[in-house]
Design a protein around this ligand. Structure first.
Ligand SMILES: Cc1cc2nc3c(=O)[nH]c(=O)nc-3n(C[C@H](O)[C@H](O)[C@H](O)COP(=O)(O)O)c2cc1C
Length: 216
């Protein structure tokens, strides 16, 4: 039985989206090398949690010590994120920055994320570097350990870009390009995640013990 559990999270939420296909590409690449080390990867889709713009009265950092969440959507997102020892966030880039839905979902929680390792994979016309850098900054505040490298996956050419934007399709040229030119970076990031999960420092060990207790 696997001893660690990682969520690979599709962070895009629009009606027609390529995000689930990007997440599936990444999941297929990292699943076996992580499973070989006793780490399971579980797909999570942010859209299913239907989070409104943050509307709790409490600040997430004060839960549970000084307050509690009141809404079912927050409780469900909190319970889901708390279960994992680490994360792979698959994020789109909108308007040269992090998508609002991605930032909102990060902001909802604090202690559930704290001290755990995370890989950030961005995608977009140019790979989403700006969004990737911004998410790295946001995740540092609840003390997530951001793994390097952070893959940035760009659509290959105009036809594939239009297919992703308009139809939520991951084009064949893009898949081929990512297989040839980006798989190494994705696998290197997965190896970094594995190192942090299997050789945790005391603070990380505490976060992982809490995640394990949540799953029990
Ligand atoms: C509102 C909006 C803004 C966008 N801005 C950017 C951008 O700044 N940089 C980029 O690389 N792609 C941008 N795109 C294109 C997205 O990379 C592309 O639509 C991709 O499919 C988005 O991921 P999703 O389909 O999972 O939502 C934008 C798309 C949308 C919908």
């Amino acid at each position: 039985m696997a001893s660690k559990l990682v969520a690979i999270i599709t962070m895009s939420t629009r009606g027609t989206r390529v995000g689930p296909k990007v997440a599936e590409f990444v999941r297929k690449a990292i699943e076996k090398p992580l499973a070989d080390s006793g780490i399971d990867v579980n797909p999570v889709d942010l859209v299913k949690f239907n989070l409104p713009v943050y509307n709790e009265a409490v600040a997430p950092a004060s839960v549970p010590a000084r307050g509690s969440f009141q809404f079912a959507h927050t409780k469900a997102w909190s319970a889901e994120i708390a279960r994992y020892d680490g994360y792979v966030l698959v994020i789109p880039e909108y308007n040269a920055s992090v998508a609002g839905g991605t930032k909102n979902a990060i902001d909802y929680l604090y202690n559930e994320w704290k001290g755990k390792p995370v890989v950030i994979v961005s995608y977009g016309v140019q790979g989403g570097r700006a969004a990737n850098d911004q998410v790295k900054g946001a995740l540092a505040v609840p003390g997530l350990l951001v793994v390097e490298p952070r893959p940035t996956l760009a659509f290959a050419g105009q036809a594939d870009t239009f297919a992703a934007v308009g139809e939520g399709k991951l084009g064949d040229a893009t898949r081929a390009d990512w297989e040839s030119n980006h798989l190494d970076t994705v696998l290197e990031a997965a190896a970094g995640l594995k190192r942090l999960l299997l050789n945790p420092k005391p603070e990380e060990e505490k976060a992982q013990a809490q995640a394990e207790a949540t799953r029990a």
